[in-house]
Design a protein around this ligand. Sequence first.
Ligand SMILES: [Zn+2]
Length: 361
Amino acid sequence: MISQLDNRKHVKFLKRHLELLPSSHQEHDPNKMAIIFYSIMGLAALKIDVCKEYKANLHWLHKHYRTIRSPDSQETISGFTGSFSMLISSVNCLSLPNTLFAILTCRTLKDEEFFHEIIDPKGVASFVGRCQDPEVGSFTSTLDYKRLIPSPVDTGDLRFCYIAVAILQLIGFTNEGELKEFIDVEKLIQYILAQQCADGGFGSYGEPHAGYTSCALSALSLLGKLDRLSDCFKERTISWLVSRQVSNQGCMRFQEGNDCFDSEDHGGFQGRENKFADTCYVFWCLNSLRLLTPDGCELPIQPDLAEDFLINRTQNNVIGGFSKNDQDDPDLYHTCLGIAALAMLDGSFDGVLFIPKGITV
Ligand SMILES: [Zn+2]
């Protein structure tokens, strides 16, 4: 339960990332939108009044919103850049992940000015649409730096498909007719379906991965197309996800012969077969299972053991935050994902859009 957390230390840990970082952290400048997003989202999931504390900083965030005119037409595309140091005039520098991080941050801070005055929803949707590979249906994270086509040095994958669909949803393009104006919905669905794995789950080259599985299911859910998956595949996926919860019970002979078995991982989730449990995969597996489990039904896993893994193994009781396992130092990503997983178990977090429930602008 989120109430069992040592909130005071976690709040301090998260706020530290929003304060001035030392110059030794300058190399992280291109990642600052992610740093802001994970910190704000973690604080909001802990029910801190982030609007009161951080709304005044939104003008700084708005400066990262850029509009570019395409050289071949009068079309404008809009989105967020991650860093001023990457801005070069006449060169496109928009990024799909930074655009989602910024829009979700604006939504969490109830930024009426951004959603009602600043954003050009059609410009942002055009940027998203231009990131789609017209042949394959997948999305890349950026465009070519001069021509506004999917970046040839970036490969499309399920993460960016999810990010594209989530951005469109958050800026108000929700039904298929509206979406079709900007993206090829059917090609996207075909690409997602082609990443299904024989054992259940989604992944590249036939190997299921819990993170990609969550992205694929969330994207289909936002598109209203979960029914494109067969019942048989859904059942195999549920069974594959349930098997990702690590247990130290059962056949010890098998476990002792497995290099990736740690009895301390009991109750945690792994991202792939034969891997150690990791804080972030509690979130990715729970979100996927929630999407495949009918409303009102209990999840077919042991939530109390998952909570126990997070609270007693990966939570850092000294400086706050969560680490990936019980060996590493805590980091911002695993802190946010650990808190989000606990909030989702409490029913207070929307895992599909990755935002606390009930936030409207
Ligand atoms: Zn992880």
